[in-house]
Design a protein around this ligand. Structure first.
Ligand code: ACO
Length: 221
């Protein structure tokens, strides 16, 4: 393989943020509302990314030839009440683009109480999946996903969740045995004038919350 995979040490956080600045604006919701622009800082999202990196569960793919970051999966811990708190905190944020994206994710997650349904106190969340545009379509996302699942297992999580906003993420998750917990169609969300709020590009027509129960015997909840 031309890639080397491993955990993301804090010495790499800046490089991860640089990678995301160049590549994550392609994420379908981001692209549709224009929250982040290629190559430019994106403060609110980067704050969220850094908090997730600090959970110490993230994984990266490095190009062996250059040592450059080719892709990342930023994984974090979700706890009961987080979504409600995020919705409360959003009231004091006036960035409408940020609110459109995180309003959708948080509101959909609020309607599915996975903590009660699966009787868990914490959920392993695959939050940000990003592959450098020069390395896409080669299975890196699938490998990052698989390794994230192994990290979840090692840390004793019972449940892994992904907010799959891209059809490509949904394909990877499905292939790894994830099931759809909730599916919403972007085109169904309209503003007061009947205009689409999330005019995502084809083939990204749905946002799906997908989950998988970790198959480990050493589960501790
Ligand atoms: N056209 C059609 N199918 C594609 C394409 C494409 N351009 N790219 C990937 N796919 C399909 C693959 O065929 C594969 O499906 P299959 O298993 O049925 O063959 C699946 O998507 C995954 O392919 P990978 O090669 O593993 O994915 P890749 O390494 O290219 O990374 C990713 C996919 C991360 C979505 C990348 O396109 C990217 O970084 N996009 C911008 C950011 C983004 O959208 N991230 C995901 C948002 S959801 C989240 O973050 C939790």
């Amino acid at each position: 393989s031309k890639m080397e995979y491993g955990p993301i040490p804090s010495s790499k956080f800046d490089e991860v943020i640089q990678h995301l600045r160049h590549n994550f604006p392609d994420e379908p919701l981001n692209a549709s509302v224009g929250l982040c622009v290629h190559g430019k800082p994106c403060e609110l999202l980067e704050h969220h990314d850094l908090l997730t990196l600090q959970d110490g569960l993230s994984v990266m793919a490095l190009d062996k030839a250059t040592g450059e970051i080719a892709g990342v999966a930023l994984n974090g811990i979700a706890r009961r009440g987080d979504v409600e708190k995020a919705l409360e905190d959003m009231k004091s944020i006036d960035n409408i683009k940020y609110k459109r994206i995180f309003g959708l994710l948080n509101n959909v997650n609020k309607t599915i109480d996975l903590f009660s349904k699966y009787n868990v106190d914490k959920i392993f969340e695959l939050r940000i999946l990003s592959v450098d545009s020069r390395f896409r379509g080669k299975g890196l996302a699938k490998e990052l996903f698989l390794r994230s699942e192994l990290i979840a297992e090692e840390h004793g999580f019972k449940l892994v969740k992904v907010d799959a906003t891209s059809l490509f993420t949904q394909k990877v998750a499905e292939c790894l045995g994830f099931i759809v917990e909730k599916s919403v169609k972007y085109g169904d969300y309209k503003d007061e004038n009947g205009q689409k709020i999330y005019d995502t590009k084809s083939p990204h027509d749905y946002y799906k919350v997908m989950i998988k129960l970790v198959s480990s015997k050493q589960n501790v909840g």
